[in-house]
Ligand binder design. Structure first.
Ligand code: GLU
Length: 429
């Protein structure tokens, strides 16, 4: 997607679905723009002694239901509009799964792969120094997103606590377990998506052993969802990362792929020499080819805007499970719905990450850590309840799963906004 269009596209989709679902215009108006966005140029001392400036953002989109919540992304393609779109999606997502949160997001324009570990630490601490007055356990709670991880969250939490001169682990989630993180947070996005796909497969009477899956993006979420699907008997026939992908009709052993990737730092290592190449029949494919494979379930788990008006007609998958945020442009919604392709939308499918972030925040506030079984059990309960509510709405109103998810979510946000009083309320006799 072209930079700058992603926010406009997100608003168009919101307004269209909101109007169709009968959401009050003043509620839609409240969600047309972020509540506040903070931008900063982060000065970072580089290893060669130079100071380099990195553009950074934090957007608090809406906090009608509770403090804003959402990750921080490090990527060279970050734009203000992208951060705002992602923050809007977080608002919808938190409400889809009934969390007591609004939505927010942050980003830094940087290629983190080009930084040394020390530079990455300085950048992360600089981000928190710039944003410390704008975030907080009761204001806006960041977390990991694309190319950020637990260690970065740990540095940011430490910086915040140094500024505030007090322990406040609830300022940020996705921390290392040793520093107040939750068990099960690392796998949470993938596990939540797995629960949703399983619930859907059950409704549709799909037999996992006869169901093929292609996963685009082999980062944290893509890996865990692929691993769990394979464990449940699904045949994961294609996987890709930013460098390219591999296909095997027989299916891959996901853990071997993951370990090979960890060693070579990219999936490419998997299909060149040694290791897996000798064990598995495979074929090299591009990311574009992976998206167009004839599979039962396509899982875009990388970045936004990969299925657009340009390639939507070539999509052959029967179901798309959006594990990335915003992988489909809104122009693709109609054509896919008309062709009977079910889209399990991002605001439901990838909500497992923020759900366990919420569990982490609760554990931090209670000072009482949960077991892994508790985390997994409660995550499954939240995801199944959200899926059931959305599926019931979809069946009752004959709309797409995305429209149903937005409707369920927007009604909750609307109720919170309405409780402060609407025009109708104030004008009543
Ligand atoms: N970045 C993740 C997302 O887009 C997680 C957000 C969070 O845990 O707050 O949902």
């Amino acid at each position: 997607m072209q930079a700058g269009n992603v926010f406009t596209d997100a608003i168009e989709r919101l307004v269209r679905i909101g109007q169709e679902a009968g959401i009050q215009p003043e509620v839609i108006d409240a969600l047309r723009q972020p509540k506040a966005t903070h931008s900063a140029a982060l000065p970072v001392r580089m290893d060669d002694g130079r100071t380099q400036y990195f553009q950074a953002y934090r957007c608090r989109y809406n906090d009608a239901i509770g403090p804003a919540k959402g990750g921080i992304r490090y990527h060279p393609g970050v734009t203000l509009e992208e951060v705002q779109a992602l923050a809007l999606w977080m608002t919808i997502k938190c409400s889809v799964v009934g969390l007591p949160y609004g939505g927010g997001k942050g980003g830094v324009i940087v290629d983190p792969k080009k930084l040394s570990r020390l530079e990455l630490e300085r950048l992360s601490r600089a981000y928190m120094r710039a944003m410390a007055d704008f975030v907080g356990p009761d204001i806006d709670i960041p977390a990991p997103d694309v190319y950020t991880n637990a260690r970065i969250m740990g540095w940011m939490a430490d910086e915040y606590q140094a500024i505030k001169r007090a322990k406040a682990p609830g300022v940020i989630t996705g921390k290392p377990v040793e520093l107040g993180g939750s068990l099960g947070r690392d796998e949470a996005t993938g596990r939540g998506a797995f629960v949703v796909i399983q619930a859907y497969a059950q409704r549709k009477g799909l037999d996992p052993t006869e169901t093929t899956v292609a996963v685009q993006g082999f980062g944290n979420a893509g890996y865990h969802v692929a691993r769990l699907l394979q464990g449940a008997g699904y045949r994961v026939v294609a996987v890709s990362d930013s460098k390219g992908g591999i296909y095997s009709a027989k299916g891959f052993d996901i853990d071997s792929l993951y370990h090979t990737k960890q060693e070579s730092r990219q999936l490419k290592g998997v299909y060149c020499e040694g290791g897996i190449c000798e064990l598995v029949d495979h074929q090299k494919i591009s990311n574009e080819e992976l998206l167009e494979l004839d599979v039962d379930i396509l899982v875009p788990a990388a970045l936004e805007g990969v299925i657009t008006s340009k390639n939507v007609d070539r999509i052959k998958a029967r179901t798309i499970a959006e594990v990335a945020n915003g992988p489909l442009e809104s122009a693709a919604d109609g054509p896919l719905h008309e062709r009977g392709i079910t889209v399990l939308p991002d605001v439901l499918t990838n909500a497992g990450g923020v759900t366990v972030s919420y569990f982490e925040w609760v554990q931090n506030r209670q000072g009482y850590p949960w077991t892994l079984d508790e985390v997994r059990g409660r995550l499954a309960d939240v995801m199944n309840a959200a899926f059931d509510a959305i599926w019931a709405y979809r069946e009752e109103h004959g709309v797409s799963t995305r429209a149903a998810a937005y409707a369920v979510s927007l009604k909750r946000i609307a109720n919170a906004i309405s409780m402060q009083g609407t025009q109708e309320y104030f004008n009543a006799d």
